[in-house]
Design a protein around this ligand. Structure first.
Ligand code: 5AD
Ligand code: SF4
Length: 501
């Protein structure tokens, strides 16, 4: 096999990705050139999406671009002319699954030699991933990252017509790209990005490298997108960002330069609480959610804004990662256990019916049995409605990956993870039981997986609820009386439409 000339490709560099430049972020408007408009006619695409809501939102843009180019979606992978794997880099097992899938896809090339296989999302932002694709996965034709989705038409053209491999990953974020077409996955729920990137650099986390520096979208663009969605009949909108509480718009500058901005810019600035207030006031029929909140950046203004509006859902995903101060410090979390508990106290004080969820990592470098007990104790204190729990997975290039010893044996990680999961399940059941006998507003999202005669929806707290269909339909806001529950699901029956309908 001939040696591959890596230098001819645009490959990522984590040192560059770590840099936070002073450069203000420009806005760029996506436009499809005439030459790219018909490339996909009579051809099909298929997208696999892994990971977070950010990736789901990106896949909707990838689909939007491909459809604008003339490609049509297929439900049958074997019929596709373009297959894109939109990947997640957050843990090793997520990556291993993708490597397996990429291997599997190779077989399609035998029946369709013109098939384009693309790797996108967070994995390509890692140096070792691109190296491995270049050397060992030569059937992958196209590799691009999180910063250059908007260049997909060019890449597809090159891959299709020049039969060259296209490997182009930018280490650093560029402009915020507006006007990206989207094919939304749901009919009644939609994501709206409000900010991108993360500057927190928790020591275990690859996200600040794969998603770049924090940058906020303009207020006008956000409101315009929400308005269009509301007009199209979307009932529920989730404002998305890696760190939504860090959202700050004052005309395009970086957040750290806010104090230096003109008086005018400062006076008309909008922070996250104000953005929420603006959305909820302007679109009273639309239900709003948001994700993800960082404890250290969440202001009480946000909670007060949530209390003020019935159309802002009473649910906060509030990752804590550990209940031990020693671990929080090693993780470079910018809050202590006590500060987190105080925030939770304040939240429950202002909105007693608030539902909270956590992300938790067990078995981080140096975690002692006492640290683990502190985590269980914090969970007991908060009694989260939902939880997302993980064993620590070392990520090359992060501070913990480079400098700390991943010293907790797998057997101990596994046992601690199980304990955390068991406790979470107890708390989830305790929380669902609090809904028994209440009548709650539910947005119908679809048919229950277990019973075709039942609808599935969510209440304001984001708890799943199932009930007999009767004459209601998808997208209706319905009042449902809760009669029974498991730790994951409420069961009930509809008593009529809600006022919001
Ligand atoms: N190992 C395990 N879990 C991780 N997360 C982020 N990085 C890692 C890692 N290296 C978890 C955090 C984060 C969630 C999205 O994924 O809990 O909040
Ligand atoms: Fe990762 Fe921490 Fe940023 Fe969340 S806040 S994306 S865990 S670095």
């Amino acid at each position: 096999m001939s040696k591959i000339d890596v230098s001819k490709y645009f490959t990522p560099d984590l040192k560059q990705a770590r840099k936070r430049t002073n450069q203000a972020i420009e806005e760029l408007k996506f436009e499809l050139s005439d030459a790219h408009k018909k490339i996909g006619i009579d051809k099909f695409y298929f997208i696999h999406t892994y990971g977070c809501q950010g990736n789901e939102a990106d896949s909707e843009s990838i689909a939007g671009i491909l459809e604008l180019m003339g490609f049509a979606k297929t439900e049958v992978e074997a019929n596709a002319d373009v297959i894109i794997m939109n990947t997640c880099a957050i843990r090793e097992n997520a990556e291993n699954r993708v490597w397996g899938e990429l291997g599997r896809l190779k077989a399609y090339k035998r029946t369709n030699p013109d098939l384009i296989i693309g790797l996108a999302g967070c994995m390509p932002q890692e140096e070792n991933v691109v190296e491995r694709v270049l050397k060992k996965y030569q059937h992958v034709d196209l590799v691009f990252g999180t910063h250059n989705i908007y260049k997909l038409p060019e890449y597809i053209e090159t891959a299709l017509f020049s039969k060259e491999r296209v490997i182009e990953v930018y280490s650093q974020e560029g402009e915020i790209v507006e006007n990206l077409p989207k094919v939304r996955n749901h009919k009644y729920k939609a994501w709206v990005n409000i900010m991108f990137g993360c500057d927190e650099f928790c020591t275990y986390c690859i996200v600040p490298y794969t998603r770049g520096k924090e940058r906020s979208r303009s207020r006008e663009e956000i409101i315009q997108e929400v308005k269009e969605l509301a007009e199209q009949g979307y009932q529920e909108i989730t404002l998305l960002g890696q760190n939504v509480d860090s959202f700050l718009w004052f005309g395009g500058g970086l957040k750290k330069d806010f104090k230096k901005a003109s008086e005018m810019a400062q006076a008309t600035a909008v922070d996250f609480a104000q953005l929420l207030d603006l959305c909820a006031t302007k679109f009273p029929k639309t239900r709003f959610r948001f994700s993800t909140s960082n404890p250290q950046d969440m202001s009480l203004d946000v909670i007060h804004t949530m209390a003020k509006h019935t159309n802002i859902c009473k649910y906060i995903h509030l990752p804590v990662q550990s209940g031990s101060n020693a671990m929080l410090k090693a993780m470079n979390r910018q809050h202590t256990r006590e500060e987190y508990m105080e925030l939770v106290d304040n939240i429950y004080k202002i909105i007693p019916e608030m539902s909270l969820s956590q992300d938790m990592i067990v078995g981080f470098c140096g975690e002692t049995e006492q640290d683990h007990k502190d985590t269980l104790e914090l969970m007991e204190y908060v009694k989260y409605d939902f939880g997302f729990m993980f064993a620590y997975s070392e990520r090359p290039g992060t501070l913990a990956g480079n400098k700390m010893d991943d010293d907790i044996p797998n057997s101990i990680k596994k046992r601690r993870l199980q304990e955390v999961i068991n406790l979470q399940q107890e708390h989830a059941l305790y929380r669902t039981q609090q809904h028994l006998g209440k009548t709650e507003e539910v947005l119908i999202e679809g048919t229950s997986k277990k019973n075709p005669n039942e609808w599935k929806g969510r209440n304001t707290q984001n708890t799943v609820i199932v009930f007999p269909k009767e004459n209601y339909k998808m997208g209706d806001f319905v009042m449902v009386k809760v009669e029974d529950c498991t730790s994951a699901t409420l069961k009930g029956s509809a008593v009529g439409y809600s006022d919001n309908n």
